[in-house]
Design a protein around this ligand. Structure first.
Ligand SMILES: [Zn+2]
Length: 239
C-alpha cells in the first residue's frame, strides 16, 4: 500500500477497495453515495484497526457527521495537507489536540454511508482547493520528515539530543515518552534498527539491544525520541 496508508495503519494489513474519482452510486442503509468519490477507501478485512496520525499535527475537528459517520480531521503543517478519516468506529482524540506519528486517532469502522468496515481517507491542501487523490499524493508529493536533529529539548532534562549507545541487554522502544506507552515489537522498528538488533543480539529482539547506536532527536525528561520510537536514556550512554 502507499506510504501514507501504511503510516496510518502502522503497516497492519489493508487494501484499496475504492479509488478516488468518478464511480457508480452505492446504496447503503444510511443513503446513497455520490457519483464522485472524494477520497480513497481502504478495507481492513472487517477488522477495527487503529488509525494513527502520520506525523506532528493538530486535530482540526472530530465528531459525528450528519450522515452518522464518525470522523476526524487532522492538519499537518509541514506537509501542507489536512486529512479526513471517515466511517470510524470510535474516536480517540479531541479537537485542538496536538498529535504525533504515534497518536491513535480512532478505530476503523462502518459508521455513516458504508457497506463494510473501511477507512475513507480524504485529503485537502491547507493552502486551499478541493479534495485531492490520496494515493497519487502519497506517491508523488509526500516526503518523510527530515532526519535533522530537533532543537526541542526539555530544559529540566539531564539529557540532550545526540547519539547514544544502548547499555541495557534489551531496551524497550515505546510509542511515547513513558512506560505507559505501548512497546514496539521487532517488526515495528526501523530497517536500520532491525539490522543493528540482528547484528548485536543475533536474534529478533523486541527492542534495542546492548551495543546499538541510535540518534536521539528530541528529549522529554529521561526519554529520547529515536527513529523507531522512544527509549529510556537511563539505559544508554552518550557517544
Ligand atoms: Zn470513500
Amino acid at each position: 500500500m502507499s506510504t501514507v496508508s501504511n503510516l496510518i495503519f502502522h503497516n497492519a494489513k489493508h487494501y484499496v477497495t475504492s479509488e478516488f474519482g468518478p464511480r457508480k452510486t452505492i446504496s447503503t442503509a444510511a443513503g446513497n453515495t455520490s457519483t464522485y468519490h472524494y477520497g480513497t477507501d481502504y478495507g481492513t478485512s472487517g477488522k477495527k484497526l487503529t488509525q494513527y496520525a502520520i506525523e506532528e499535527g493538530t486535530i482540526l475537528s472530530c465528531g459525528t457527521a450528519s450522515d452518522g459517520a464518525k470522523y476526524v480531521w487532522v492538519s499537518y503543517p509541514r506537509l501542507n495537507v489536512k486529512m479526513l478519516h471517515y466511517h470510524l468506529d470510535s474516536i480517540k482524540v479531541k479537537t485542538g489536540q496536538k498529535v504525533t506519528a504515534d497518536t491513535a486517532l480512532g478505530t476503523t469502522g462502518k459508521t455513516g454511508k458504508s457497506t463494510g468496515v473501511h477507512l475513507h481517507l480524504g485529503i485537502k491542501k491547507l493552502s486551499g482547493g478541493g479534495y485531492i487523490d490520496p494515493e497519487a499524493w502519497s506517491k508523488n508529493e509526500y516526503k518523510a520528515p527530515g532526519t535533522k536533529p530537533a532543537t526541542t529539548t526539555s530544559s529540566s532534562s539531564k539529557y540532550k539530543p545526540g547519539t547514544y549507545e544502548v547499555t541495557a541487554a534489551v531496551l524497550n522502544v515505546r510509542t511515547g515518552p513513558g512506560t505507559n506507552y505501548r512497546r514496539k515489537t521487532y517488526s515495528q522498528l526501523s530497517a536500520d534498527a532491525r539490522a543493528q538488533v540482528k547484528k548485536y543480539a543475533g536474534y529478533s529482539a523486541n527492542g534495542y539491544v546492548k551495543g546499538m547506536v541510535c540518534t536521539v532527536y528530541e528529549v522529554n525528561g529521561s526519554w529520547g525520541r529515536t527513529p523507531s520510537g522512544w527509549i529510556s536514556l537511563d539505559h544508554c550512554k552518550a557517544k
